[in-house]
Design a protein around this ligand. Structure first.
Ligand code: PGA
Length: 218
């Protein structure tokens, strides 16, 4: 049986009290299984809350950040570096199409993957098409076509599987995820594919019950 990664990307949503409510609601309904790993990626400001809550309640949930600075500690106002992130999280999303819109090109993405690995963080590298180069340090790649993100219009499972298969022919990766308009109804169509090892969920992760349906149905 393959292990699935179910990753929540909360983007720039949830304030402190909303995050607490999310955690209370999710943890009251969630029971861990050995074949699914849950990775939650909240904003930097919420990482401490998530970490402490998970520890206190002994939940089988892992944490990721949504970005990492290219710079080390230093006089870089507003930057959050890998040394700071690793106190809270083990993963970091890199190359998301929303960050690429802020000007993060392929060379920045590649550099960030290397930097994250150097800090012992596992990059979750988002690619928007099959053609994107995959840096050597990557072990988790999420195929997320831009047309499918936040639109309610997912790629077909067959196309996603085709891309995952082609990537795996080239590279020996641990996990290939699909992301883009995943919900509780369609998640299994993707996770049942041979070469797809999980999903990256945006919008539907914000409601704990919807996210739980994805976890259960995956
Ligand atoms: P979506 O977003 O699930 O809202 O389409 C996915 C993502 O941005 O990673």
């Amino acid at each position: 049986m393959k292990t699935l990664l179910i990753v929540a990307n909360f983007k720039s949503y949830l304030n402190n009290s909303e995050a607490r409510n999310w955690l209370d609601s999710f943890s009251s309904l969630y029971s861990a299984t050995s074949d699914k790993r849950i990775i939650l990626c909240p904003s930097f400001t919420l990482l401490q809350l998530f970490r402490d809550y998970i520890k206190e309640k002994k939940l089988k949930i892992e944490l990721g950040a949504q970005n990492i600075s290219r710079l080390p500690q230093g006089p870089y106002t507003g930057e959050v570096n890998g040394d700071q992130i690793k106190d809270y999280a083990s993963f970091v999303i890199i190359g998301h199409s929303e960050r690429r819109e802020f000007g993060e090109d392929e060379s920045v993405v590649e550099e960030k993957v290397k930097i994250a690995s150097n800090y012992g963080l596992t990059p979750i590298l988002c690619i928007q098409s099959e053609k994107k180069q995959i840096p050597q340090e990557s072990s988790i790649v999420a195929y997320e076509p831009s047309f499918a993100i936040g639109t309610g219009n997912p790629d077909t499972p067959e196309n996603a599987e085709n891309i995952a298969e082609n990537i795996k022919k080239e590279r020996n990766l641990d996990f290939i995820l699909y992301g883009g308009s995943v919900n509780g109804e369609n998640v299994k169509d993707f996770t049942k594919q041979k070469n797809i090892n999980g999903v990256l969920v945006g919008g539907e992760s914000l409601n704990p019950k919807s996210f739980l349906a994805i976890v259960k149905n995956a």
